[in-house]
Design a binder for this molecule. Sequence first.
Ligand SMILES: NC(=O)c1ccc[n+]([C@@H]2O[C@H](COP(=O)([O-])OP(=O)(O)OC[C@H]3O[C@@H](n4cnc5c(N)ncnc54)[C@H](O)[C@@H]3O)[C@@H](O)[C@H]2O)c1
Length: 255
Amino acid sequence: MRLKDKVSIITGGGGGMGRVAALMFAAEGAKIVVAEFSDAAGQETVRLVREAGGDATFVKTNVADEASAKAMVDHAIATYGRVDVLYNNAGIMPEADHSVIDTSVEDWDRVMAVNVRGVFLGCKYAIPPMVAQGSGSIINIASFVALIGCSNPQDAYTASKGAVLALTKSLAVQFAPKGVRTNAICPGPVETPLLMDWLVKDEEAKRIRLARNPTGRFGKPEEIVAMGIYLASDESRWTNGAAMVVDGGITVNYF
Ligand SMILES: NC(=O)c1ccc[n+]([C@@H]2O[C@H](COP(=O)([O-])OP(=O)(O)OC[C@H]3O[C@@H](n4cnc5c(N)ncnc54)[C@H](O)[C@@H]3O)[C@@H](O)[C@H]2O)c1
């Protein structure tokens, strides 16, 4: 087992890639803290993990809220005694987020609150106990849109993921000397509710995205989580500050 007894907080663990991460991490022996906004979705992930023979607990969490982020880490420590992995996966991509010229300040702030402040707060409270125990792995889910421009813009989301990448590097430099590694994953478009709920409605947007991807298909959640397992495990002990691109090659495609 690659993650035996590693206590892993998975934010957004009730949805798309977060639920798959909970199940795959648990199958590798991790103890899972499902930190999720939706009670029903979070509880369902816990049920699925336990049904598969794994160990999981739920803590209702709004990653954008400081008291809630602190309670998330406190819950992990009260339940399992430590935190080994923080998988900062919760993120939003509202349909109203488009170009800067037609995105409202409210939508911009909402995206930043979850996607950037959420990562900041998780790190703020999870890093001190990791430093105290001399080990830990922070995994921030960014996106391929932090690396290349898009003529079909989502500017708040794009800026938020760029911020996540920059923060990843700063944390990697600060805390690796204390045993805590920080890395990011940049997934390409993956078949999850977040993407498919609005993309599938627009056949042209779907066609353009698929045409750009050398593999000719969207990614699958487990293909992203496989990278997460590597970064959470001791196999990646010398991987720090990296932006791991898992995108089928979309970011290296000029035409
Ligand atoms: N799907 C893609 O194509 C894709 C591509 C690149 C990056 N990503 C990133 O991967 C991550 C997961 O995406 P997904 O597609 O699985 O999303 P999803 O919408 O399927 O699931 C996200 C989960 O996060 C939860 N959540 C939302 N706001 C929250 C909050 N404030 N506090 C706690 N939980 C909250 C939701 O309830 C949901 O369960 C996100 O950070 C997303 O930006 C997704």
